[in-house]
Design a protein around this ligand. Structure first.
Ligand code: ADP
Ligand code: MG
Length: 232
């Protein structure tokens, strides 16, 4: 196996706050794009919904201090549940509430614990919305990302490398929604007319995975600088 230069990341609240702030910025930057995607196959509110929710998350995180990661994820989940609305509010809310249950009582997650929390979150989305791969929903980005993350960690990749694999899988999954016909949510009312448009929820889910990748790899690099490890 090749030498991994990047040190293990301590996935603690600072890293997760960075994840959420990056996600809030990306949602704000892409608000119009997400809403335009939803205008094509839905009701033109996905960017508005997500931006409203993530703006509130940003506001709450400005004074956030609890070290317990269960409480952290619960705060994010409850905020999205109460502020986002639509189909995506309860789904993203569930994702974070389940990550919170998986992280309860911990102030730091190992690579495997982070992956397990993400798996619990994605499973929650699948249970709540009962969407499967190919239904043209956020699951088409989240599920491939989850599988890629697990597989990469099994092959002893660092968490940063594993997240990069997850990001790529989420991007491919997002793009793969273009030729799909929607069979869940509002877009399904369009039948075959939903074909040819990228799913808005898969797009915001890609931004979520991209933000996590950036936050984790940034932490991995600064850890490597702070305490260099011998690789020989
Ligand atoms: P609404 O459809 O109520 O207006 P949003 O526009 O905020 O809600 O979110 C739409 C997105 O929600 C879709 O693009 C899709 O990815 C996701 N979605 C809808 N229904 C489901 C479902 N049952 N399971 C998973 N994701 C879903
Ligand atoms: Mg909508």
């Amino acid at each position: 196996m090749k030498n991994i230069m990047i040190s293990n990341v301590r996935v603690e609240s600072a890293v997760l706050i960075d994840w959420m702030l990056r996600f809030a910025s990306k949602i704000a930057e892409n608000k119009e794009m997400l809403t335009a995607l939803d205008a094509a196959i839905g009701d033109a509110d996905h960017g508005i919904n997500m931006a409203r929710g993530m703006e509130e998350v940003r506001r709450r995180l400005a004074t956030y201090a609890d070290e317990d990661l269960g409480a952290f994820f619960k705060t994010i989940g409850m905020t999205l549940l109460s502020k986002v609305g639509g189909a995506s509010g309860p789904l993203y809310g569930t994702l974070f509430l389940r990550m919170g249950i998986a992280s309860a009582g911990k102030s730091e997650l190992t690579d495997g614990e982070f992956a397990a929390a993400f798996v619990a979150g994605v499973d929650g989305v699948r249970q709540r919305g009962s969407a499967r791969l190919g239904d043209k929903t956020m699951v088409d980005a989240l599920l491939p990302a989850m599988v890629a993350l697990q597989r990469a960690l099994e092959e002893h990749a660092s968490l940063c490398e594993a997240m990069e694999a997850a990001r790529q899988a989420a991007e491919e999954g997002m793009k793969a929604t273009i030729p799909m016909q929607a069979s869940k949510g509002r877009a399904s009312y369009l039948g075959p007319r939903s074909i040819g448009h990228q799913d808005p929820g898969a797009t915001s889910a890609y931004l979520l995975v991209l933000s996590a990748t950036e936050a984790i790899c940034q932490a991995a690099h600064s850890d490597a600088i702070a305490k260099p490890r011998s690789t020989g």
